[in-house]
Design a protein around this ligand. Structure first.
Ligand code: URA
Length: 253
């Protein structure tokens, strides 16, 4: 036995159609025109099965451009203010920050949880349903850190209230799990929490008589928003980035 896992394969027309390059008929035409090239040689027959090797995007070009990330992709996006985490609401959507073809991907990309329209920062997206559920599962307790700017100075008792595990948000029946508060200044702080209740950070500060004027997520698990990822930019996550979400440091550091 070689011990090597068998790489799955898929028909070229199906692969490219599911990545949003067009209908299977359109892919057949692209192939016949010699515009799909694998390892330097045109793939003229779109019925051909292609092994889904992880390095395929580096070896296969479509109309001279490298192939898009294969299914099973995870992205980190620096969400700017004013865009919505939704597939269908009116106004600018986070999906509009990705290449238009990616909107036709099957399985589709979804955000891992949501950030409010007026919250900026680290947003993860994936087409891998199992990964998405692993991240948002309460069992995983993946932490999220938010930088908060407030309307009024902190009173001094917020840290104790947030960490108590007894804070009840308006209209809810279960208290919040403990939340860590790090005070940075009279009207600035960071909170780290593991739940993801609706408008949680804004409602927590409302519960202690304050008002959040700016909210920015800078960390998920042990994954920091990269300093060189500008608002509106995204990056494909590597295995080490995914491991960091679950709080593991990369193996070589
Ligand atoms: N809490 C909020 O209030 N808004 C967010 O976008 C995220 C957490």
């Amino acid at each position: 036995m070689s011990g090597k896992a068998k790489v799955p394969s898929v028909r070229l027309d199906r692969l490219l159609a599911n990545l949003g390059y067009g209908s299977r008929r359109e892919i057949q035409m692209l192939a016949r025109a010699g515009t799909i090239v694998l390892d330097g040689a045109p793939l003229l027959d779109a019925d051909r099965r292609i092994a889904l090797d992880p390095d395929l995007p580096a070896r296969l070009t479509v109309q001279t451009r490298p192939l898009d990330p294969l299914p099973g992709v995870a992205l980190m996006l620096h969400k700017p203010l004013g865009v919505t985490c939704s597939h269908k609401e009116a106004g600018p959507l986070v999906y509009g920050l990705l290449p238009p073809r990616w909107r036709r991907r099957e399985p589709p990309l979804s955000t891992v949880g949501r950030l409010d329209k007026e919250t900026s920062g680290l947003l993860l997206l994936t087409d891998d349903g199992a990964l998405l559920h692993r991240i948002i599962s309460p069992k995983a307790s993946v932490s999220k850190r938010y930088r908060v700017t407030l309307d009024r100075p902190l009173r001094g008792d917020e840290g104790a209230i947030f960490s108590s595990g007894t804070l009840m948000l308006e209209g809810e029946e279960k208290p919040l799990l403990p939340v860590d508060l790090e005070v940075h200044g009279p009207t600035s702080a960071a909170v780290t929490l593991t739940e993801g209740r609706y408008h949680q950070v804004r409602r927590m500060f409302a519960a202690v008589g304050n008002h959040v004027t700016a909210l920015h997520r800078d960390r998920v698990g042990a994954l920091d928003l990269p300093a060189d990822l500008e608002p509106g930019q995204y990056r494909v996550m590597g295995e080490e980035d995914v491991a960091r979400v679950f709080g593991q440091a990369p193996s070589n550091s």
